[in-house]
Design a protein around this ligand. Structure first.
Ligand SMILES: Nc1ncnc2c1ncn2[C@@H]1O[C@H](COP(=O)(O)OP(=O)(O)OP(=O)(O)O)[C@@H](O)[C@H]1O
Ligand SMILES: [Mg+2]
Length: 439
């Protein structure tokens, strides 16, 4: 079968050229394998023609994103190809897959053949173009403007809705292009799992399960430290995060009573929201949230979230802009990255450090659990995290401990920082208690 967009790469000269570039390229230090760019055999299947769907799933750091980016750049360089880099949401261009493609261009030593514009990447020789888009900002927009696309690339596809996936599949059928997705498995009920690992997967599907052995750089990089640490600390969580298994841990949820809905503005009027930021470590996401603590109603309201991956200070600034009403509002943040915090404060933000240390996590959780917790339906990450944020079980007795499992807690941690930061400033007499007369 011949698929549009593949024609020139199936031409053996173009394929050979692409693979030769890949095998021979030594584009300076590329963080890994003695400066050599290597791909494992498994990933070379990405270059095989005849697939409409290419679906890669596996644990953290298994080179899914990087390898797809290398493949896409080589396709763009081999022949005219239009690429749509898609994500569930794209707060700004910095949160797109563009940076990964830029890095792939450098690694392949192809800088002279590509032009990196603000929102696009072009190949000077073949005329190929890559642009970037969030899928779920507005359902009407989902597939508009995607005509003529040869490669749809859906990174971090795990929580994309079935509706958005089906819209894409429809465009694929019409156009005969290819859809490459990658994700870290969490829940077998997720739409992407249903589509590719369900009972009736689509035809012409390349389904690859990836492991850290498929990443030549993994075990020699700092990523491995956390891999071994988590393996020792929480085997079950490790199986999920690094082993790529579904998160099947039993146990009780830390926040077991969550209501999803919008709190009427009358409840919020006259009050002050509080803001929290959880900075990502290496490949972890960074999360910013806007939360309300409504004392009179004993209610905590998660109103807005913004989540990004592998952010620099500019990317984090975009996340903050997304949730902040005023730029200089106090944001309580973890103190894992003093340099990033300083860089953001120099830009005019007002980050203060959350109280950390033994007891602060459980103290925050107890406080929050004392409230009715309502989450705006737009805060999808918060909602999802509450499903997976559970108490650790004691290894011997199997009983619930007082320690939550690390892993799916980025927005929840940001929320906890925000709420406890607010409490601390109330105690210090800096903030007036919110008055809600009439409710
Ligand atoms: N072929 C390679 N050569 C050298 N380094 C690599 C290679 N592939 C990946 N890496 C390095 O490994 C890191 C992790 O890879 P990548 O982000 O592609 O994995 P992933 O499977 O997408 O991870 P996640 O599950 O976090 O999305 C990258 O930041 C990159 O530095
Ligand atoms: Mg990835």
């Amino acid at each position: 079968m011949r698929i549009a967009g593949w024609n020139l790469l199936t031409n053996s000269t173009a394929t050979d050229r692409a693979l030769r570039t890949l095998r021979e390229s030594v584009a300076g230090p590329i963080g890994g394998w003695n400066g050599q760019l290597v791909l494992c055999e498994k990933y070379l299947q990405l270059f095989s023609p005849g697939y409409t769907h290419k679906a890669l799933y596996g644990g953290r750091g298994t080179a899914k994103t990087t390898t797809i980016a290398l493949y896409i750049i080589l396709r763009m360089d081999a022949a005219y190809t239009v690429v749509a880099g898609l994500r569930k949401r794209q707060v700004s261009i910095r949160h797109s897959s563009k940076r990964v493609l830029e890095r792939a261009i450098r690694w392949l030593g192809l800088t002279h053949r590509f032009e990196v514009l603000h929102t696009e990447i072009r190949n000077r020789v073949t005329g190929s173009i890559a642009f970037f888009r969030g899928l779920e900002h507005d359902s009407d927009e989902t597939t508009r403007g995607l005509d003529g696309v040869d490669i749809f690339w859906l990174d971090e596809a795990r929580n994309v809705s079935m509706q958005a996936l089906m819209n894409l599949v429809r465009v694929l059928r019409e156009r005969g292009a290819e859809l490459i997705s990658s994700w870290n498995p969490l829940d077998p009920q997720d739409a992407i799992e249903q589509l590719y690992r369900g009972d009736v997967p689509p035809q012409h599907l390349l389904l690859l399960e990836t492991t850290q052995d498929d990443n030549p750089a993994f075990f020699t990089s700092p990523m491995a430290d956390e891999y071994w640490r988590l393996k020792a600390a929480d085997e079950q969580m490790w199986q999920h995060v690094y082993g790529g298994k579904h998160d099947s841990a039993g146990g009780e949820r830390v926040y077991d009573k969550i209501e999803i809905g919008e709190v009427p503005w009358q409840y919020l009027a006259g009050g002050e929201p509080c803001y929290g930021l959880d900075l990502g470590y290496v490949d972890d996401p960074t999360a910013a949230v806007r939360v309300w603590v409504l004392q009179q109603h004993k209610l905590i309201y998660f109103e807005k979230e913004a989540v990004g991956y592998g952010e620099d200070a500019n990317g984090i600034a975009d996340l903050l802009d997304h949730v902040l009403h005023e730029k200089d509002a106090v944001v309580t943040s973890d103190n894992s990255e003093q340099r990033t915090t300083d860089a953001l404060n120099a830009k005019g933000y007002n980050l203060v450090t959350a109280k950390k240390g033994a007891g602060s996590v459980i103290e925050g959780i107890r406080f929050i659990r004392g409230y009715r917790i309502v989450v705006n339906p737009d805060c999808e990450t918060v909602i999802e995290e509450t499903k997976h944020y559970k108490w650790k079980l004691d290894r011997q007795s199997g009983k619930r401990t007082q320690v939550p499992r690390k892993g799916h807690d980025h927005c929840l941690d940001a929320g906890r920082y925000a709420i406890m930061g607010r409490e601390a400033s109330i105690e210090a007499g800096k903030v007036e208690m919110m008055q809600l007369s009439g409710f």
